[in-house]
Structures are given as structure tokens and as C-alpha cells.
Design a binder for this molecule. Structure first.
Ligand SMILES: NC(=O)c1ccc[n+]([C@@H]2O[C@H](COP(=O)([O-])OP(=O)(O)OC[C@H]3O[C@@H](n4cnc5c(N)ncnc54)[C@H](OP(=O)(O)O)[C@@H]3O)[C@@H](O)[C@H]2O)c1
Length: 244
């Protein structure tokens, strides 16, 4: 039986991934802070092991390492999104929270858990298609995901001699508690089950990049190739909230 560790498995994309991998016969180590949600997964699937830890707490990550078996896949998926609503009064505390959750937790997991990934194993990161181009109010979220994408790509190069394949996952909009909070149109939004299938498929093919849904992420990547001044003009006219 192969083993996958999935962080952020108590909810949304990670939960659907845990269910999908479980149904395909994998041993799933399901991470999250919400113990009750993880126990519900365990009661549904015999091959799920809960890993209750706040990944912003490095000591909790260190403690968890002692209980981890050898991993075929480590999928670092936990994350959060907060938007900067008032750019004039920039909220550094918000910025720090998002960077800690989306980036520093990944650094802690790499520091203390990467040694558990076996030779020939895989490492995957859930970034976001938001990292493709500058989106309004995404100063914190977009910066955290752009940095994560860069980190994943550099690790893809540096871990090659260690026989660990790295996959960078860039979802578009997915129906989860994270996007349920959004109050703007979300074109091409797909279910978390469909997101899990796309990720499962991409990881089984050891794809370096897993972008989905394909049409939405293709459009975003084409827009990202435009001169910045064109994108800026479009975004200022159409995407930002008018203050007066
Ligand atoms: N939904 C989308 O449209 C979308 C699009 C692009 C990228 N993404 C990315 O996909 C990933 C999953 O998002 P989602 O939409 O599935 O959101 P979600 O339903 O809110 O799930 C977030 C998961 O991250 C975990 N988490 C957050 N902070 C944590 C911490 N400090 N320690 C441990 N676990 C923590 C949560 O666990 P607990 O609540 O149990 O702590 C939860 O399981 C995120 O990285 C997100 O940025 C989502």
C-alpha cells in the first residue's frame, strides 16, 4: 500500500483528495487542525490516519515527524486566503498571517518531513493560478503563492539528483469554504471532487505542473504574457472596487 501525506485534509480540496486517494487504496495521512473533521474522515475510511497539528507552530511539525512513516507522496496543500481591502492602510499583520500559513508552514514541513519522502517519491505543492498575474486585493495571497511557485520550481531542479519529483499544482476557482467567502464572480469554478481527480491524475503522471480547469488557467496564462501596462489598464478599469 502506498502512502501519501496531505496537509489541509480536513476541508475543501485536501479533504476530497484524502477521500479520492483512500478510495484508490492508498494509506492517507490527513493533516489539519480540526480534529473532529479529521476523525470524521477516519470513521469513513479505514486507511486514513489523522495528523492533528497547527503547521504555523514549528514545534508541532517537529513533534509530528516522529510519527511519520516513509512517504511515497508528500502533498503540501494547507493554506488560507485573506484579501487586502484597504491598500492605503496596509495591514502588515494580515500579510504576516497569510505568508506564515501559505509559505512558512511549507518551509517547516520541508525542514522536518522531507527526509520521510522515499527515493523515487514525489513532493507536491498546492499553489494557485492567482500567482500567474497581479490580481486586485491579492497582495498577500498572490505574493505567498508566487513565492511558493518559485520555491517549487527551484526544488524541482535541486531535488532531481535525489530522485524526488516535484509537482506544482495551480487550481483555478474550486468550491470550498475558502472560496465560499468570496463576493465576486468566480468563472469556471469546479467542485473539490473534480479538483481532486485532476490532481490525482496529474500526480500519477508525475507532471511538473498541474493546471486546472484547463480553459480558465490557459486564459490566465495567456493574459499573463501581455505587456503589464495592458493588464494594468484592464484591471484598473474593470476589476478594482470603486471607492468614490
Ligand atoms: N479553493 C480554491 O479556489 C483554490 C484555488 C487555488 C488554490 N487553492 C489552494 O488550495 C489549498 C486548499 O484550499 P481550499 O480551497 O481547500 O481551502 P479550505 O477548504 O479552507 O482548506 C484549507 C485547509 O488548510 C488547513 N490549514 C489552514 N491553516 C492551517 C494551519 N495553520 N495548520 C494546519 N492546517 C491548516 C485547514 O485545516 P484546519 O481548518 O483543520 O486547520 C484546511 O484543511 C490552499 O493552499 C489554497 O490556497 C484553493
Amino acid at each position: 500500500m502506498k502512502t501519501i501525506l496531505i496537509t489541509g485534509a480536513s476541508s475543501g480540496i485536501g479533504k476530497s483528495l484524502a477521500q479520492h486517494y483512500s478510495e484508490h487504496g492508498w494509506h492517507v495521512i490527513a493533516g489539519g487542525r480540526n480534529e473532529q473533521a479529521l476523525n470524521e474522515l477516519v470513521s469513513q475510511y479505514a486507511n486514513v490516519t489523522p495528523l492533528v497539528a497547527d503547521l504555523c507552530d514549528e514545534q508541532a511539525v517537529i513533534n509530528a515527524a516522529a510519527h511519520l512513516p516513509e512517504l511515497d507522496v508528500m502533498l503540501l496543500n494547507a493554506g488560507s486566503c485573506e484579501y487586502v481591502d484597504d491598500p492605503i492602510h496596509f495591514d502588515a499583520a494580515l500579510f504576516q498571517r497569510v505568508i506564515n500559513t501559505n509559505l512558512m508552514t511549507v518551509a517547516y514541513c520541508l525542514n522536518h518531513w522531507l527526509c520521510k519522502v522515499k527515493q523515487g517519491g514525489q513532493l507536491a505543492f498546492t499553489s494557485s493560478s492567482a500567482s500567474f498575474l497581479p490580481l486586485p486585493r491579492a497582495q498577500a495571497y498572490g505574493a505567498s503563492k508566487a513565492a511558493l511557485s518559485y520555491m517549487a520550481k527551484t526544488l524541482s531542479i535541486d531535488l532531481a539528483p535525489h530522485h524526488i519529483d516535484v509537482s506544482l499544482i495551480n487550481p483555478g476557482f474550486v468550491e470550498t469554504p475558502l472560496t465560499d467567502k468570496n463576493d465576486f464572480p468566480m468563472p469556471g469554478r469546479i467542485s473539490s471532487e473534480d479538483a481532486a481527480k485532476a490532481i490525482y491524475h496529474g500526480l500519477s503522471k508525475r507532471r511538473h505542473t498541474i493546471n486546472f480547469p484547463s480553459f480558465f488557467t490557459l486564459v490566465l496564462s495567456m493574459l499573463a504574457r501581455l505587456p503589464f501596462s495592458w493588464w494594468r489598464a484592464f484591471a484598473v478599469r474593470n476589476l478594482i472596487r470603486k471607492t468614490s
